[in-house]
Design a protein around this ligand. Structure first.
Ligand code: ADP
Ligand code: MG
Length: 289
């Protein structure tokens, strides 16, 4: 590959809204045969909205909103941005973000957490034995992502959020496929939500309910099968997988951590530009003798 052709390709990329970290990136793009897509913020808008707030019996809903919104105020996760709108935040002590799981901190003397129900269960959070009825950790709504809210060792309620598929995602998936790339949906969200999104955009292979460490492992496993893997993501939870992929592609609308871990950034956060990147790399390398 002549340096000149690669530089021209890189410049053309910038015009298309594709920021390329180095000229050699276009060469790795050409060889990719598998594209692993994160769900939230990559295939979907990431503009999540709260669809329900469910306080357990005996829990004040305003208190639930206040604790959850305050904790999520400091997180840049799409779920956090939705939950943070539920109340005016108060100060949080010893805040910690657990990428791919949730957030913890002290809110007005309460030792609180918001996050993935299975993660809170592992931390010993259980519903009060006085709670009647089915397990409160069952999703309230199958179409939404339900997170649990707990403080002082007890589950206090759940909040369900949902977002929508970006208008360009289905066409981009179809285009990637016609370029010979197999799409795989990889998400920390539940299988029910992941399957619904996959169906909507035409992806057959879905790997759901994974941790950030699992995301990295999936990339390594696909590479061990002999595949050349591109990973597209936007979150802190995607960073390790983005760095390990043969080609890491970050959504420009995503976190700085994801952008830093990647080879390519799609400035507008539009999957259609990932298709442009593959086409650009092929066109650039065709001109090289
Ligand atoms: P995705 O792979 O879809 O981008 P993540 O790996 O970031 O999702 O998150 C996986 C799951 O962890 C979420 O579906 C949610 O249950 C939980 N989670 C992660 N971050 C947060 C947060 N800030 N607040 C509440 N729940 C969270
Ligand atoms: Mg994401």
């Amino acid at each position: 590959a002549t340096p000149t052709a690669l530089m021209v390709g890189t410049g053309r990329g910038a015009q298309l809204g594709i920021l390329i970290k180095g000229p050699q990136v276009l060469e790795s793009t050409r060889a990719v045969d598998t594209v692993v897509l994160d769900k939230t913020g990559t295939v979907t808008s990431g503009a999540m909205r709260v669809s329900s707030v469910d306080a357990l019996p005996g829990v004040d809903e305003d208190e639930l909103r206040l604790v959850a919104a305050s904790l999520e105020h400091a997180s840049e996760h799409p779920i956090a941005r939705a939950v943070a709108t539920l109340a005016d935040a108060v100060e949080v002590g010893s805040f910690a973000n657990h990428a791919g799981f949730g957030v913890t901190g002290a809110v007005g003397g309460r030792d609180a957490a918001v996050g993935r129900p299975s993660w809170l269960a592992e931390r010993g959070i259980t519903a009060s034995p006085l709670e009647p009825g089915p397990s409160p950790l069952e999703p309230v709504e199958r179409t939404g992502t339900t997170v649990a809210v707990a403080w002082d060792g007890e589950l206090r309620g759940t909040i369900t959020v949902s977002d929508t598929v970006k208008p360009t995602s289905a066409q981009a998936v179809a285009d990637l496929r016609s370029l010979g790339l197999e799409p795989v949906l990889l998400t920390g969200d539940s299988a029910a939500v992941a399957d619904a999104v996959a169906r909507e955009v035409g992806i057959d292979r879905v790997i759901a309910d994974v941790t950030p460490a699992d995301k990295l492992r999936v990339v390594h496993e696909l590479q061990a099968e002999g595949r050349v893997v591109a990973m597209v993501g936007d979150g802190v939870n995607d960073a390790a997988a983005l760095a390990a992929a043969d080609l890491g592609i970050a959504m420009g609308t995503g976190t700085d951590v994801a952008i830093e871990a990647s080879d390519l950034t799609l400035v507008k956060g539009d999957l259609a530009t990932a298709v442009d990147a593959v086409r650009l790399s092929r066109a650039t390398l065709r001109t090289i003798k």
